[in-house]
Design a protein around this ligand. Structure first.
Ligand SMILES: Cc1cc2nc3c(=O)[nH]c(=O)nc-3n(C[C@H](O)[C@H](O)[C@H](O)COP(=O)(O)OP(=O)(O)OC[C@H]3O[C@@H](n4cnc5c(N)ncnc54)[C@H](O)[C@@H]3O)c2cc1C
Length: 618
């Protein structure tokens, strides 16, 4: 690698063939592949490699990696085609079918690569165990346990250390540098997170692998720092983004970030607010029996993310409405919900419960309380919660709220992981178009590996074809100036205040209950904040730049959500604030995705047909 300082007054400048921005599953896989193709690669990451981002840090009760292996259901040489169909059909027909096919066809290769690196997937008789996840038809989910993602990250970091990839830690990409004609990316302006000094990296190809933007929501289960920088960087560089209104949201513990799904629902706890009121019944249609309510709670265990296609969405709506009227909401395992009778539950539910028993108890105890049932079907969750400060045995309740877990959309890519801007690639959660409105659990970790590899290979290939485009001193100076302007207006609000506000706005206007009025008011406020600008405060320059990115993300998410006049996936659009039912899905007019881009300095939203399955009437 050439490492040469530019002329005086210009930030230190380095040059590489391929710059990978992000050190999660997608970024690591891209860097490893680009290196294998003979490119000089530099990987830049906020924080320390292996210790920042979702892949490195997030965990849940059993993290899933979806894969279609030769033996995977429903079997046969074409079984990966069922996987592609599920991504597209369950996704709601608003993703590109060719990308779904790419994911499914390459999933086995991705699995074998990780297996070869020593990721400890659970196996039986030499074959990986596979189970059915939220929103899937077939058992495709492989796992190592609660830390599948972290183990993938660790294995990839070990592999990366054996390559010639250079790593720049604790550094943030703050602006992509485009050429004079504004058509191609030629590098990135970056900032050292400790010294807050700018530096530049010239690159033939840039891979964006910056993950999602969960931190832009007040309630989320992401680790800190996931502020959607990649979405904002791509948008400002002129790339298209897609499907940003589709964000996976589900009920989670506010204190511990634990997704409250599976057995935590199948124990059928009481849903109470801070007045002690058991509130679910009043959000169900009049005349709904307690048995129907308890059955819905049980079924919520198998449909954690809110979705238009799941009747259990009524529970997310009920919780959201309670929070919107200023209440806190809790799961109480100390006593049965009103009118609960275990014996009255439908046979199919009792069979499901039966299959989960780990520490069998007496019939009497099973009928006595949700805590007894949770002890029977998932004692580990009680222990885990206790370790994290919530002691159900001592009478604690779990405060819950709808939390963001995954951005289904992102920077629009094609099958080569190319974005709509030359030399710019995207992979993983930062990329969009490969998932639809719903994302069957397990496909995100797989996506990072499949498109990470593709992005790395094509970025390396592209770099070979380009010769020595240089960053001019003027271009760099201009970019530094524009970044300083972005976070340095006198009239602007302090970054910490803006961040708090944007997080509140996104969680309230673009959470579970979305209304025309709420979204319109949210957009007006975000636009005002964007106009006024973000002022660096005691939290520093990096914090301010991240907050600026969050504002762009908020405008894109709310703008897309406001335009989609139907409900699909997690996007529940209510005609008015007091309507009890969201609009239905509108297959005739809305089997389309919304593409976002910057044209003449303005954010534009365009409805477009996604790539369909060839020769089918999907
Ligand atoms: C609690 C939880 C549970 C989940 N469970 C599952 C599951 O079971 N199965 C599944 O398939 N998916 C699951 N997901 C989703 C999945 O884990 C993520 O989508 C995936 O790990 C994202 O990987 P990534 O490489 O795209 O991004 P990340 O792993 O988030 O990495 C992003 C990287 O980019 C860096 N970065 C960001 N901005 C910048 C910048 N400006 N400059 C430099 N670096 C930057 C970050 O520091 C980080 O290194 C879960 C997510 C969560 C939060």
């Amino acid at each position: 690698m050439r490492l040469d300082a530019c002329s005086a007054g210009v930030p230190a400048c380095m040059f590489t063939d391929v710059l990978v921005i992000g050190g999660g599953g997608a970024g690591l896989r891209a860097a490893i592949e680009a290196d294998a193709h003979g490119a000089k690669v530099l990987l830049l990451t906020k924080g320390k490699l292996g210790h920042s981002g979702v892949t490195a840090i997030a965990c849940s009760d059993r993290m899933a990696f979806h894969v279609t292996l030769p033996e995977t259901e429903p079997g046969g040489p074409d079984n990966w085609r069922y996987h592609a169909d599920d991504i597209y059909v369950i996704g709601g027909y608003v993703s590109d079918y060719d990308l779904a096919e790419t994911l499914a066809r390459n999933s086995a290769d991705a699995f074998y690569f990780l297996d070869g690196l020593g990721v400890p997937f659970v196996k039986k008789g030499g074959k990986p165990e596979q189970f059915v996840t939220d929103g899937s038809k077939y058992a495709r989910a492989c796992y190592t346990g609660p830390r599948t993602a972290n183990e993938i990250e660790a294995a990839l970091v070990r592999r990366l250390r054996q390559t010639s990839v250079r790593v720049r830690e604790n550094a943030m990409a703050v602006e992509l540098i485009v050429d004079q004609g504004g058509k191609a990316v030629i590098g990135a302006l970056c900032m050292d997170m400790k010294s807050e000094e700018f530096f530049t990296i010239g690159a033939h190809s840039v891979v964006l692998a910056t993950g999602g933007a969960g931190s832009a929501f007040k309630v989320n289960v992401y680790p800190d720092g996931m502020t959607g920088d990649g979405y904002s960087l791509a948008y400002r560089a002129g790339a298209e983004l897609v499907n940003l209104e589709f964000i996976q949201i589900g009920l989670s513990s506010v204190k511990t970030k634990l997704a409250c799904s599976g057995s935590l629902m199948r124990a059928v706890p009481r849903f109470v607010n801070d007045d002690g009121e058991e509130f679910l019944a009043k959000h169900f249609p009049a005349g709904t029996s307690p048995l129907e309510i308890h059955t819905t709670v049980f079924r919520k265990g198998a449909s954690w993310p809110v979705s238009q296609r799941e009747p259990s969405r009524i529970i997310d709506i009920a919780v959201s409405r309670e929070i919107a009227r200023g209440k806190k909401v809790f799961l109480d395992y100390g006593a049965n919900p009103d009118g609960f009778e275990f014996d009255a539950l439908p046979e199919e539910i009792k069979r499901r419960y039966e299959s989960e028993k780990k520490v069998p108890i007496t019939d009497g105890k099973r009928r006595a309380s949700p805590l007894c049932r949770l002890r029977e079907i998932n004692p580990d969750s009680i222990a885990w919660l206790r370790e994290h400060g919530v002691d159900l045995e001592a009478g604690d309740t779990i405060e819950i709220a709808p939390a963001a877990q995954h951005f289904q959309g992102g920077v629009k890519i094609n099958c080569l992981a190319e974005t709509t801007v030359k030399n710019l690639y995207a992979a993983g959660e930062c990329a969009g178009g490969q998932h639809g409105a719903n994302r069957p659990g397990g496909n995100a970790l797989m996506d990072c590996q499949v498109f990470g590899k593709i992005a790395g290979a094509n970025a390396a290939q592209n770099a070979k074809q380009r010769s020595g485009d240089k960053l001019s001193k003027r271009t760099i100076e201009e970019r530094c100036e524009s970044v300083r302007r972005m976070v340095g207006k006198d009239s602007s609000e302090a970054a910490s205040r803006v961040r708090e506000r944007v997080q509140e706005l996104l969680s309230s206007a673009a959470g579970v209950v979305r209304t025309e009025d709420g979204l319109r008011e949210g957009i007006v406020e975000v636009e005002e904040l964007l106009r006024a600008g973000v002022r660096v405060d005691a939290d520093g320059m990096v914090f301010a730049l991240e907050t600026q990115a969050m504002l762009n993300v908020a405008k894109m998410v709310m703008g897309a959500a406001q335009r989609r006049k139907e409900s699909r996936g997690p996007h529940l659009f209510f005609p008015s604030p007091d309507s009890t039912e969201p609009l239905p899905i509108d297959e005739e007019n809305w089997r389309q995705y919304i593409v976002i881009a910057r044209r003449d300095g303005e954010m534009v939203f365009e409805r477009r047909k996604s790539v369909p399955k060839a020769g089918s009437d999907f």
